[in-house]
Design a protein around this ligand. Structure first.
Ligand SMILES: *Cc1c(COP(=O)(O)O)cnc(C)c1O
Length: 370
């Protein structure tokens, strides 16, 4: 009998309910449910250790740290960014009254192409906002060289890059600030949640003020801050998930290994291998469909998979630059973004998560192989 059970692109990592209940009882007993409580503090320090970074500030989602990072560094004018990302990356610029300038991506990583950044710099450019898309590290060295040469700040949208390391060092240490999302669909989640990573105590203090209305004491407000604090319940949940995230990443790794083994001889389907020296988190498994060689378009394959209950996602189609809000920007034209345009037309992210079974993987592969 054919099973109709849906196979989704991801599945949230959930803490053991008994363990969570114990923590909830502690929270109920303390009657302290938000505003930098004990679990909030514990999670920040546990993340500093796990991520191997100097300072972490928790947020209530992954979009507000992007908006707040731009505020904290007082970014204005124009910011160079990638169209190949989740729309929140560019929205964060818009919310700060900043003009996004899209630069094309590198076909080997999906990340912004450093060779194309300089041509997009104008006297109004103040920062670069790249994305470690799918958790693949950007060329942070080349980006920093350009930033230093022109006096620009660098803010990484590292929403996909939880735990990613290059030669043993966290990718989150690159640039001036990095932001994370702990949304349910990410490798590590606190249901909704996020964080910012910074290099020094002064910036940590500034960010902690900004995410709490700018309060620097009972009666002192030092900046027009916002409210983007994480609460005690999700902090506790996050502590429990941190204990099992390595196991989940390893389970995802095994799925990636199988996909690569079985797809390597499928004509017209390509994928990326692991990068040398990189600890990946296997948050996504993008494949690229060459319609001519494969004999079917990406969309035909995508909908054929859906008919068989396999729900991949076309991340990142359409490009951010294609949405009506941003389409009229000069840098949004397809001629300016040929690599991103092609990638957006060919990509399907296959289901990958920690509870995907061998039979599930077979079902995904049976849709693609012929
Ligand atoms: C998920 C995501 C965000 C937004 O995070 P939320 O926690 O959903 O607000 C930002 N940027 C990228 C690249 C993302 O994938």
């Amino acid at each position: 009998m054919e099973t109709n059970e849906k196979i989704t692109v991801t599945s949230p990592l959930l803490p053991d309910l008994g363990d969570f209940n114990e923590m909830l009882q502690e929270i109920w007993k303390s009657r302290w449910i938000t505003n930098n409580g004990s679990f909030h503090q514990q999670l920040e320090s546990a993340l500093v250790d796990y991520l191997k970074v100097p300072y972490v500030s928790l947020f209530t989602n992954g979009t507000l740290p992007l908006i707040t990072a731009l505020q904290a560094l007082r970014i204005t004018g124009e910011v160079i960014t990638t169209p190949y990302s989740f729309v929140a990356t560019t929205h964060a610029l818009w919310w700060n009254g900043i003009k996004p300038v899209f630069v094309d991506i590198d076909e080997k990583t999906g990340c912004i192409d450093p060779n194309k950044i300089e041509a997009a710099i104008t006297p109004k450019t103040t920062a670069i906002m790249p994305v470690h898309v799918y958790g693949k590290p950007c060329d942070v060295k080349s980006i920093q060289d350009i930033a230093d040469k022109y006096g620009l700040k660098v803010i990484y949208d590292a929403a996909h890059a939880f735990g990613v390391e290059v030669n043993g060092e966290s990718i989150l240490n690159a640039g001036d600030l990095s932001t994370l999302s702990f949304h349910a669909t990410k490798v590590y989640n606190t249901i909704e949640g996020g964080a910012m990573v910074m290099h020094d105590a002064k910036m940590k203090q500034r960010i902690d003020y900004l995410k709490n209305f700018g309060f620097a004491g009972e009666t002192e407000v030092v900046a027009p801050g916002i409210n983007s604090k994480m609460d005690e319940i999700r902090s506790a949940y996050g502590l429990l998930n941190l204990r099992q995230v390595d196991k989940a990443i390893e389970a995802r790794h095994q799925v990636a290994i199988r996909y690569r083994q079985e797809l390597k001889d499928v004509d017209g389907i390509t994928y990326w291998n692991d990068m040398v020296g990189v600890r990946h988190n296997y948050g996504y498994f993008p494949i690229f469909v060459d319609a001519e060689r494969y004999g079917m378009t990406r969309d035909d394959l995508y909908f054929k998979m859906q008919k068989q209950g396999v729900y991949g996602r076309r991340y990142f189609y359409p490009l951010i630059s294609e949405f009506s809000t941003y389409r009229s920007l000069p840098s949004a034209s397809r001629e300016n973004l040929p690599v991103a345009t092609k990638m957006a037309e060919e990509v399907i992210c296959l289901p990958i998560h920690h509870v995907l079974t061998d039979q599930d993987i077979d079902r995904v592969l049976n849709c693609i192989k012929r």
